[in-house]
Ligand binder design. Structure first.
Ligand code: GAP
Length: 443
């Protein structure tokens, strides 16, 4: 049974605390498009930074790339997206709602939500017709078919068409990878579940180029590494699992595919896909562009079109996963404490700084300390209300540590550090706090 209450609470917390807002809200909102507020943008950036560090900085065999969203329209013909990136769409002639024909069992009937689409006596569904998910626009001033361009539905193609450029400029050798983080767009028929399925989203994709025949081994290696990354992000391992794509599920380019799924309040769902894309994309681009996309292997004097193992995660989906996984409510002294127990490395604010009272030099000391810490980590200064209330506000924002300047600080230079999860307190010398925090908030 879907725990919709938890999602409702999370959506409301995200709005109240400035994580995520509905796009264009003052105009009634734009369907399934979301904006990230101050805490949300910091959280998502921290998720992306961790991915970039693991996939690019920490490895010698992966290079970064930032390809443009708009690409030559022939890219999408060659990749198979113009012909095949479609979902089956049905309309209800009675209520005018639209559904994915293959997801009717998950779609409530708008007339009677306790029934599924098509089950109510007055439902009149059309035959399915294939609907292409790519957003179209026009390049230049004339809106004609010759000037149609697409908003990319995946970042991967920008990597394929640049693979030889990267290879030449970087002196890499196969096997090697190219990583990219960027926006993708899909005109989803049934988006939903907050930032889980949206029409504009960000992907964190890595394409690993290998010798044909080495693909199965690299595929397994990447599966292992990617699951380990989600564990290291602090996600509950019991809520992560593999889903292997069966014959009917495989994308048009894939020979083998596994999803990493997370158990959301609305059920198990994909957060990342690991795909063996074979040489499908490079062969198609080679044929369509007329440019050779072969790799010459000096050690063997062989020429071949590399196979590609892809790891593809949604930055928004992983961000949602961190929010869902971190959210908890606890009873403390007869009150409900709401906590976002993020891994400290992704917490938007690392430390709250408070003067115990607004007198006796405490605000001055706390302000100096706050400005000093802020040079190194995101910090938040708060002197309003009781300290207990200030702790609660930081718990809700997921801040792992709160520092209080009190009477003792003015005598011996130490401050109280309160830990978000255990609520225990330590005494730490204020002038060592930078190092103390760095040790506890980096990976
Ligand atoms: N290049 C391969 C590819 O795009 P995909 O399984 O279609 O594969 C990869 O997408 C990841 O992108 C998904 O696991 C998900 O995290 C994210 N994603 C896909 N569609 C999305 C959407 N409409 N909203 C948010 N994230 C999405």
């Amino acid at each position: 049974m879907a725990d919709t209450t938890l999602m409702d609470k999370l959506v409301s917390l995200c709005k109240r605390r400035g994580f995520v807002f509905q796009s264009s809200e003052i105009y009634g909102g734009l369907g399934s498009v979301w904006d990230y507020g101050p805490l949300g943008v910091a959280l998502k950036k921290n998720v992306k930074d961790r991915w970039w560090r693991a996939m690019v900085h920490a490895r010698d065999d992966i290079e970064g790339l930032d390809a443009a969203i708009l690409m030559h329209p022939k890219v999408w013909e060659a990749s198979g997206h113009v012909a095949g990136f479609t979902d089956p769409l049905v309309d209800c002639k009675t209520c005018k709602a639209r559904f994915r024909a293959d997801k009717l069992a998950d779609s409530p009937c708008p007339q009677k939500p306790s029934k599924k689409a098509g089950e109510h006596s007055t439902c009149e569904l059309t035959e399915p017709r294939m609907f292409n998910l790519m957003f179209k626009t026009f390049m230049g001033p004339v809106e004609e078919s010759a000037s149609v361009v697409y908003l990319r539905p995946e970042t991967a193609q920008g990597i394929y068409v640049n693979y030889l450029n990267v290879l030449q400029g970087s002196r890499q050798k196969v096997p090697f990878g190219i990583a990219q983080i960027g926006k993708a767009f899909r005109n989803e028929i049934t988006p939903g579940n907050f930032i889980f399925r949206t029409r504009e989203f960000e992907q964190m994709e890595m394409q690993f180029f290998v010798k044909p025949g080495a693909d199965a081994e690299w595929f397994e290696q990447w599966r292992e590494l990617r699951m380990a990354w989600h564990h290291a992000l602090g996600l509950n391992p019991a809520k992560l699992r593999w889903h292997q794509h069966g014959e009917g599920e495989l994308a048009h380019y894939a020979k083998a595919a596994y999803d990493i799924e997370y158990e959301f309040p609305f059920g198990w769902n994909e957060i990342e896909g690991i795909h063996n894309r074979t040489d499908f994309d490079l062969q198609r681009h080679q044929a369509a562009s007329g440019k050779k996309l072969e790799y010459f292997e000096p050690a063997t004097n062989e020429r071949f079109v590399p196979f590609i193992v892809e790891t593809s995660a949604g930055a928004d989906r992983v961000t949602l996963t961190t929010l869902v996984d971190a959210y908890r409510e606890e009873q403390v002294e007869g009150e409900t404490r709401v906590v976002l127990g993020f891994h400290p490395s992704i917490a938007p604010i690392k430390v709250g700084v408070f003067p115990l009272v607004k007198k006796d030099g405490m605000p001055e000391f706390a302000t100096r300390l706050y400005h000093d810490l802020k040079q190194q980590v995101p910090a938040f200064y708060d002197d309003s209300g009781a300290v207990g209330r200030r702790y609660r506000r930081m718990d809700e924002a997921g801040t792992p540590f709160c520092v209080t300047v009190d009477g003792q600080t003015l005598q011996d230079g130490t401050v109280t550090v309160r830990h978000r999860d255990s609520m225990t307190q330590d005494r730490v010398a204020a002038d060592t706090l930078r190092v103390w925090l760095r040790e506890r908030t980096e990976d």
